[in-house]
Design a protein around this ligand. Structure first.
Ligand code: XIL
Length: 679
């Protein structure tokens, strides 16, 4: 946004059809060298430091087709049943490791790592355990089992599923009934992890479960609370395994958010038992991409090799058919492993050119329609802040909350505010924390953008101060944690000076792929600029500023957003335009990479991304402007990934009759929800 001078409604007549259907001129598309693409799943995953594994059944190892694929494609194995309690300690104190050893020895001889599965589970549990009623006896039996099994492979198992499936399905968010919980109480999980740490300090200790992929599920929240509690109390836990047994629709839209949120607790996440009914290629790609987009998602295991090997055989959920041939999902998985996600680990670039060379898997529609909420967030003036409008929101979901930063405008100028809340019904009652009271300081600060820069484990708030500025904070929920402003540039880049005319340099926006971070900005004069720096140098080194798109002044005005579309090779560009009615609206474009040219998607006044004409207002038409805001993202890191479906956009709007000084207009925040989502 431009805080200094606004055009108001007087420009309406001159706009005419300038904006309609105008084509943005692509400038300076640069191509990075293509990556060396690996030809097997394990090798491709290894390029980003991850593993790609499969469940293995000892009884199938003699099948040549099976073992050939196993050794060619996978660099990790999980014994499908052979390390479970009924296999390893069928009667008390009598341990049998024949089949487990067979898988373990074969894998280690070939350099494949082994996941241990599983030590404490209510299922495939011998009757002699499930009939124990005495707590001391059961505790002793459980500890002895963990210790004995872990000891056998001590130092040589990469990760252990210490406890499997302890939580209940449904809405309780509590642990399920089992002999362990019923006799020992819920503390059995902690006990198991402590015992496991002592038995093999080298192994990563995982909690593994199914139906914890949807961030909104009560079961996910229950597991999340447990892991958070463990981390806060120092109970040893290193990872969360998400089984990912999916229906044909694949992962829920929030899957990456779930991975990110667990990872943010300080644990690795692993996809441990992936299979998807009918194996739709897009569903596999979406799953893999979510992992690739989360630095601490360290590997993926599919639950079997051929459809005929699957425990869900009738659903054909795997990557190879019964004859051992690669299915379409194999290719989409391989592509996604080398695809366009940001992995940010030790300089290894896993995505490189995939985004340029493959068609998108889950394209956005080319027309949009929306429902708008009423006004959700209004200014809250206090003794020292007389606020006329709240504007330019940026929003992430993190730790079960929405965190919103926005500009606040009034007669004394522009500064920033922060609020958080658990759901939109709470947004209006959230406390407003004015950031001029923090190290961010007083004076002109506006148009914030927030994201978590995973490589540095730090939150960034990007905003305008006349220059492009940022502050950092280790804890997004602590308003006082922000550092004093620093500048991205020493001064305005020359190309902007040459093109800005009578405009203003506004609305800085950062997005990164695995190789580079890009800083976009606008000039209220028809130009979208783009600078770049390698991810390892961020936030320093922004250079090579080019005009990424240009059009007439009002057709390409300001408030640009750029996002990665989850599960596809698409990036989405939104730019705010001023319509022929003088009202604000958004146009949209897509591109196959951040430095590629932008192709119109819904980019005209008659087919806008979001304008009052394609928005319905069930709560009353409180605004005709759909102005500066931000999409609700699927994650919160620097990749700015948005879901492909059911888009939501937090925007600023205002009373259609309000007039006068631009800086005193009564901007309020509302939420658009897409109504024509096909998925
Ligand atoms: C399954 C195996 O694939 C089957 O062969 C066996 O009959 C039952 O167990 N969650 C888990 C896995 O943690 O151990 C399960 O494996 C599948 C669900």
């Amino acid at each position: 946004m431009n805080p200094l001078k606004r055009l108001g409604r007087r420009r309406a007549s001159v706009l005419s059809l300038l904006a309609v259907g105008a084509l943005v001129t692509p400038v300076a598309a640069t191509a990075a060298p293509d990556a060396v693409r690996a030809s097997t799943l394990g090798a491709q995953a290894a390029q980003s430091g991850r593993y790609f594994g499969t469940a293995v059944a000892a009884g199938r190892l003699g099948d040549g087709t099976y073992s050939t694929i196993l050794d060619r494609e996978f660099n990790s194995v999980t014994p499908e049943n052979e390390m479970k309690w009924d296999a390893t300690e069928p009667s008390r104190g009598s341990f049998t490791f024949g089949a487990a050893d067979q898988i373990f020895n074969r894998a280690t001889a070939r350099g494949q790592r082994v996941r241990g599965h599983t030590l404490v589970w209510h299922s495939q549990l011998p009757g002699w355990v499930s009939s124990i009623r005495d707590a001391n006896t059961l505790r002793g039996v459980m500890n002895n089992h963990i210790t004995t099994v872990m000891n056998r492979y001590k130092g040589r198992i990469h990760s252990w599923d210490v406890v499997n499936e302890a939580f209940a399905d449904g809405g309780s968010g509590q642990m399920r009934s089992s002999v362990f919980r019923d006799v020992l109480g819920t503390g059995f999980v902690e006990q198991a992890f402590r015992t496991a740490r002592s038995a093999d300090p080298a192994a990563k200790l995982c909690y593994n479960d199914y139906n914890i992929e949807d961030w909104n599920a009560a079961k996910t929240q229950g597991v999340y609370r447990m892991v958070r509690d463990f981390k806060s109390r120092g109970v040893p836990i290193d990872c969360v395994g998400l089984q990912a047994h999916f229906g044909a629709g694949g992962p829920p839209a929030s899957f990456q958010t779930t991975l990110s949120n667990f990872a943010a607790l300080g644990v690795d996440v692993q996809i441990t038992e992936l299979d998807i009914a009918q194996a739709p290629p897009t569903a596999y790609a979406n799953t893999v991409r979510a992992c690739m987009n989360v630095a601490r998602c360290t590997g993926i295991t599919v639950w079997g090799i051929r459809d005929s090997d699957s425990w869900r055989s009738s659903e054909n959920p795997l990557l190879f058919d019964r004859g051992g041939n690669k299915k379409p999902a194999y290719q989409s998985t391989l592509t996604a492993l080398g695809g366009s996600a940001a992995t940010q680990r030790s300089g290894v670039r896993s995505d490189r050119s995939a985004a340029r060379s493959h068609k998108s898997a889950a394209a956005l529609p080319s027309r949009f329609s929306w429902n708008s909420s009423g006004k959700l967030i209004s200014p809250k003036s206090d003794a020292t802040h007389n606020i006329a409008g709240i504007k330019d929101p940026t929003v992430v979901q993190y730790n079960g909350k929405y965190h919103v930063f926005a500009s606040v405008a009034g007669s004394s100028g522009y500064n920033l505010v922060y609020l958080n809340f658990t759901d939109w019904s709470q947004a209006g009652s959230a406390t407003h924390h004015y950031l001029d009271r923090t190290a961010i300081g007083a004076g002109y600060r506006a148009a914030p953008q927030v994201f978590y820069y995973a490589p540095q484990r730090l939150w960034y708030l990007v905003y305008q101060t006349g220059n492009a500025s940022y502050s950092t904070n280790p804890d997004i929920s602590n308003p006082n944690g922000w550092s004093a402003p620093r500048h991205f540039y020493s001064s305005m880049p020359d190309i902007i000076k040459q093109n800005i005319g009578n405009g203003y340099w506004v609305d800085m926006w950062v997005i990164c792929d695995s190789a580079n971070c890009y800083l976009f900005s606008s000039d209220d004069n028809g130009h979208l600029y783009r600078s770049q720096t390698p991810v390892g140098q961020f936030p320093n080194g922004f250079t090579n500023t080019v005009i990424a798109a240009q059009d007439s002044k009002f057709a390409l005005f300001e408030a640009s957003n750029v996002y990665k579309v989850q599960g596809s090779n698409q990036y989405l560009l939104l730019v705010e335009a001023v319509g022929s009615d003088g009202r604000r609206y958004f146009r949209s474009w897509t591109a196959s990479s951040l430095a590629a040219s932008w192709t119109p998607l819904a980019a005209s006044e008659s087919n806008p991304f979001a304008k009052s004409g394609n928005v319905t207002f069930p709560a009353g038409a409180w605004t005709r402007d759909i102005s500066h805001g931000e999409m609700i993202r699927a994650g919160y890191d620097q990749t700015l990934t948005i879901p492909p479906c059911k888009l939501q956009y937090l925007f600023q709007g205002k009373d259609p009759n309000a007039d006068g000084d631009y800086n005193l207009l009564p901007w309020r925040l509302g939420l658009l929800t897409q109504t024509n989502s096909s998925c």
